[in-house]
Design a protein around this ligand. Structure first.
Ligand SMILES: [Zn+2]
Length: 106
């Protein structure tokens, strides 16, 4: 049961890196309160290499990709201990059955 090979490439994926100004925190400390970081549009991320800010629309989509990826990883980690078959779509960690399973530990 192979689902899609890669994550879904309907939209181009833009490589992001943590904003150097706010260090990925999306806010910068003012004297008394935190301010939205303008260098990254309050996202904490900028385009890798160029360090440009994404537009709001594009930002939402790209952050969604990142979040989906992170959630997938979290799910895999959570399922790792209970070894259900549901992590099948995560290919890198899918050794499925005899031989390659890391069945050690609980
Ligand atoms: Zn920033």
């Amino acid at each position: 049961m192979q689902k899609g090979q890669v994550l879904g490439f309907k939209r181009p994926r833009i490589e992001l890196e943590p904003c150097p100004t706010c260090k990925g925190k999306a806010v910068v400390k003012g004297l008394f309160y935190e301010l939205i970081c303008t260098a990254c549009n309050g996202s904490g991320w900028v385009i890798r290499g160029s360090r440009l800010v994404l537009s709001s629309d594009e930002l939402v989509t790209q952050l969604s990709f990142k979040l989906q990826q992170a959630q997938r990883e979290i799910e895999v980690l959570q399922q790792g201990s209970s070894m259900s078959g549901q992590s099948e779509y995560y290919q890198q960690n899918n050794r499925r059955g005899a031989g390659g399973t890391n069945f050690t530990g609980d």
